[in-house]
Ligand binder design. Structure first.
Ligand code: ADP
Ligand code: MG
Length: 380
């Protein structure tokens, strides 16, 4: 069954009536720019074809109800504040709360969710869920919420209501990405530029490899990285590490006396520059040449930011050995996915090479697919 049909079926099953409409929001991969978002820096995600669909309609009881193919019993709530709804329903209650808190009259609604975005794999199923729900509620209520404002509202749902201290990357990607483009986002100003990213014309492909590695301590490690970055910025007397240029990096590093903090800062500063360099190359159609930047980004995450695990390192090494132009982990780290830039005709062979490397190491088998840049959140 297709994802839209599954959402409709779940809606019918839970509420015994037809939904008023279907709204979809995609998962994303970040081409480059990892952990830069909460440092006021640059990111370059594109939307995946995998998406979360919300079937939604008005609620005669004046409340909000939501179910998912993964959790068929509807969660129902009235007006809430953070902490009232827990579990997966918090992502939805969070969106209702954040919209209300931003001054909007949120229409009571019944919602059913279906998705093919893998959960907890760094492809941002949480932002896809928030963005699908937000887009549905905005349309159902005829709310005048500018596209530019929507990511920050969805982010507040996740930060304040769910309690996950994530940056603006995921929700921006799910809401603002366009088909055939990568989204160059300045996380300080929220300015975006749509960068042409149609690899088919070049005979290239992005192979996404889900390491299927068990996630470990993700929240604690994430918080610890954030603290290091903030402490480094404070020591350097800048608002955020975004304000340190690669030219001034050597002097900046001399002023940090903690070796861990030095390496964390070096990752952020060099990663921001790699995003800018990648964007310049893509703007002039030199797609193959971004490969070394992707690989350098991985080395920086592995050695300086220390957020990779064996499974993702092995996937990167095996992809490069199989002839990829570049490869890197994508997402917050400690598992999740790797992306490799390959000749389209080498995608299967690259995936097979990663499979073989995993077998040799007795890792759980990875899952790989070719990803093209899909559309952002919209009514279907
Ligand atoms: P990621 O965003 O990387 O996939 P997160 O831990 O941030 O991982 O978000 C995953 C959580 O989002 C799930 O544990 C669940 O609570 C919620 N979620 C996402 N998609 C769905 C869905 N289709 N149905 C129910 N809950 C979902
Ligand atoms: Mg998430």
């Amino acid at each position: 069954m297709s994802i839209p049909s599954a959402a409709t079926a779940a809606f019918l099953e839970a509420y015994a009536t037809e939904p008023a409409g279907l709204w979809a929001a995609p998962g994303r991969v970040n081409l480059i720019g990892e952990h830069t978002d909460y440092n006021d820096g640059f990111v370059l995600p594109f939307a995946l074809p995998q998406r979360t669909v919300a079937a939604a309609g008005p609620a005669p009881d004046g409340r909000w109800s939501v179910c998912s193919t993964l959790a068929p019993d509807p969660v129902s709530f009235g007006v809430t504040t953070p902490g009232d709804v827990t579990g997966w329903g918090a992502y939805v209650a969070g969106v209702v709360w954040a919209l209300k808190d931003a001054g909007f009259e949120v229409p009571p609604a019944r919602i059913a969710i279906a998705s093919d975005v893998p959960l907890g794999s760094g492809l941002s199923s949480s932002a896809a869920l928030e963005s699908a729900v937000l887009t549905a509620l905005v349309d159902l209520g005829g709310l005048d919420v500018a596209l530019e404002r929507r990511p920050a509202i969805a982010q507040r749902a996740e930060n304040v209501y769910v309690g996950a201290p994530t940056g603006i990357l995921d929700q921006s990607a799910s809401i603002r990405c366009q088909e055939g483009r990568a989204l160059f986002l300045d996380c300080r100003t929220y300015q975006v530029e749509q960068i042409p990213f149609d690899l088919t014309a070049e005979g290239l492909a992005i192979l996404v490899i889900n390491s299927n590695a068990p996630h470990r301590h993700v929240d604690g490690e994430y918080g610890e990285r954030r603290k290091s970055c903030e402490a480094a910025a404070a020591t350097l007397g800048v608002a955020a590490l975004r304000d340190v240029s690669t030219d001034s990096l050597p002097q900046a590093l001399e002023r940090l006396d903690d070796d861990v903090m030095r390496r964390r800062a070096r990752h952020i500063v060099t990663e921001n520059q790699r995003v800018l360099d990648t964007v310049s190359l893509l703007r002039s159609g030199r797609v193959r040449e971004i490969g070394p930047l992707l690989t350098a980004s991985h080395a920086s995450m592995r050695d300086d930011f220390e957020i990779t695990v064996d499974q993702v390192d092995v996937a990167v090494e095996a992809s490069l050995a199989a002839g990829a132009y570049g490869a890197r982990m994508t997402g917050g780290g400690f598992g999740g996915c790797v992306l490799a830039l390959v000749d389209a005709e080498r995608a299967d062979a690259t995936a097979a090479a990663v499979d073989a490397a995993y077998r040799k190491r007795d890792f759980t088998a990875p899952t790989s697919w070719v990803a093209t840049a899909g559309p952002g959140a919209a009514r279907l």
